[in-house]
Write a protein that binds this ligand. Structure first.
Ligand SMILES: C[S@@+](CC[C@H](N)C(=O)[O-])C[C@H]1O[C@@H](n2cnc3c(N)ncnc32)[C@H](O)[C@@H]1O
Length: 347
């Protein structure tokens, strides 16, 4: 495709979708975005719960634009920031360099944080944060292929390895595509959309975000773009977001010092359920069974729950940061005597 054809096609695509899209992340229609922009959600609450201070070590498993990390560093903590997106790491490394040795970046999946911390000689931490999902920067960058609003290659990988969304869309059987759309997107028309994709790809591979968005929308309009759920579901599948979270929760738990806190922000009901059940299972002092004469002590009792209900954004934040609309924060504290201060990065 020539540049001119690409431009014309893109303009047609933007015109067709500009009024339909209600993305919660950005209303910009810029084709390329070079500036890194991400407003941290529930920032005040995260800082209050994680209590950054000199001598404390906190893992930020989802560094992104470094919004939360910046506040934790300003509080005096040492921060180890993980991300699998090299662009996010490069930005945060530069942006937070003023904090010197108190800030370390690690490229990789947060589910491998335990091994990475061991390699850094750190055995326990005082706090950990997961702010799940994608950053505004990733969504806004057309070439990353996350957004149905921006024409680009159908990629959606947060990191640089593994299959792309185009690989999944062009190779998965209909049943598997439908499962992905249903499980990760709550898409009621999962089977119909999967069948439509199979028919289309028999004629021609689906290569761009625009091709997939047009195929799913099929000329329909509405307050919410018809491809919203399909794009979300593919992103979750491409990045194994559910698997990473399920592996990370026990790993992060094992790294917490007594009194250390784990804070998780989710944007998706499936993720929130996983976090809620994990925290609940380890925050019950006793377990019961109808066949037992009395409740028994829970051998997996590890946490005190600090947020019996999830924390959501304040009205002020909701109006200033639309991305906070679906954010839910849950926090637990590792049981045991509170870790003494000034033991940062205990080896
Ligand atoms: C919502 S953004 C985090 C924004 C950040 N808290 C801030 O204030 O700027 C999520 C970030 O986590 C990264 N991410 C998501 N899942 C990841 C995983 N399993 N391992 C490492 N990084 C991940 C994404 O690449 C993205 O940069």
């Amino acid at each position: 495709m020539t540049r001119l054809q690409y431009k014309l096609r893109r303009n047609r695509f933007l015109k067709a979708h500009h009024d339909l899209s209600t993305t919660t992340y950005s209303s910009s229609t810029h084709f390329m975005s070079t500036s890194f922009r991400h407003e941290p959600v529930l920032a005040k609450e995260v800082v209050e719960f994680l209590r950054p201070a000199p001598g404390r070590t906190i893992i930020d498993g989802t560094l992104g634009g470094g919004g939360h990390s910046s506040l934790l560093l300003k509080g005096g903590a040492r921060v180890i920031g993980f991300d699998r997106d090299p662009e996010a790491l490069a930005h945060s490394r530069e942006h937070l360099a003023l904090h010197g040795e108190r800030f370390t970046v690690v490229e990789g999946n947060f589910s491998d944080a335990l091994e990475a911390l061991t390699a850094l000689g750190i055995s326990q931490v005082d706090g950990a944060l997961l702010d799940l999902g994608v950053s505004s920067h990733q969504l806004d960058t057309a070439e990353r292929g996350f957004s149905f609003q921006r024409e680009g290659p159908l990629d959606m990988r947060m990191g640089k390895s593994g299959p792309t969304a185009a690989d999944l869309v062009n190779t998965l059987p209909a049943s598997e595509l439908a499962r992905v759309f249903r499980e990760y997107g709550d898409e009621p028309r999962a089977i119909q959309f999967a069948a439509r994709i199979i028919r289309a790809r028999e004629k021609k591979q689906i290569a761009t975000t625009a091709e997939l968005a047009e195929l799913i929308a099929a000329g329909r309009t509405g307050p919410r773009h018809p491809a919203t759920r399909v794009f979300q579901a593919l992103r979750i599948a491409v990045n194994d977001e559910i698997g990473s979270l399920e592996r990370a929760l026990p790993a992060f738990t094992s790294m917490l010092a007594p009194g250390g806190r784990l804070a998780v922000i989710t944007f998706h009901s499936l993720e929130d359920r996983i976090v809620k059940h994990f925290f609940r299972r380890h925050a019950m002092s006793e377990i019961d069974d109808p066949t037992w004469p009395a409740p028994r002590p829970n051998p997996e009792y590890l946490f005190e729950a600090l947020t019996p209900r999830s924390v959501t954004a304040s009205p002020g934040e909701l109006s200033s940061n639309p991305r906070s609309r679906s954010a839910r924060l849950r926090v637990v504290e590792r049981r045991g005597s509170t870790s003494p201060m000034n033991q940062g990065g205990r080896s």
